[in-house]
Ligand binder design. Structure first.
Ligand SMILES: Cc1cc2nc3c(=O)[nH]c(=O)nc-3n(C[C@H](O)[C@H](O)[C@H](O)COP(=O)(O)O)c2cc1C
Length: 155
């Protein structure tokens, strides 16, 4: 039985990416091979990455992030695209994983839900950075979902 850590790239109240991961949590309750799906709540608490801070004693939020990754058997990411790439806050989270070994070889996938023809930059950057961190990308666990025509960008 596996524990899956759910990492959301949005801190927005009412985030569609969080909604997607909350749905995954619901589905996981009935899944036979998943023990639990844990939603990581600390994205907004992480300090800006600074190599000077990546030393003992680590900031509490960073210790909590690395512990959450260490305790998980797998990681699932759901993040929006901002300005053609990952949100800065989520890239910041990934930067904090580089100095630890917790994410190395960790089976990792993502769900990308974007309007048709959009979201490519977020996925490409996510793959690039995850490869750099040493995460084990599970291709079968990386899916893109086209949002329906009812979704309208707000800007
Ligand atoms: C500042 C900003 C930049 C955005 N840039 C892009 C973009 O480059 N490509 C895209 O597909 N969507 C872009 N969006 C739309 C968001 O990805 C979309 O609203 C997404 O649903 C936000 O995720 P959330 O609902 O989980 O907060 C942008 C939104 C904002 C606020």
């Amino acid at each position: 039985m596996a524990q899956v850590l759910l990492l959301c790239g949005s801190v927005r109240k009412g985030s569609s990416n969080e909604a997607m991961l909350r749905l995954v949590q619901e589905v996981a309750r009935d899944a036979q091979n998943v023990d639990s799906a844990v939603f990581y709540e600390g994205l907004g608490e992480l300090p800006h990455f600074n190599p000077d801070l990546d030393a003992d004693p680590l900031p509490k939020a960073v210790t909590e992030l690395r512990s959450a990754i260490a305790e998980a058997d797998a990681v699932l990411v759901c993040t929006p695209e901002y300005a053609g790439t990952l949100p800065g806050s989520f890239k910041n989270l990934l930067d904090w994983t580089v100095g630890g070994t917790e994410i190395c070889d960790k089976p990792t996938g993502w769900i990308n839900a974007a309007n048709p023809g959009r979201g490519e930059g977020a996925v490409a950057t996510l793959r690039l950075v995850l490869e750099y961190t040493g995460a084990a990308i599970v291709e079968d666990a990386c899916v893109r979902i086209a949002r329906g025509p009812g979704y309208t960008r707000k800007h």
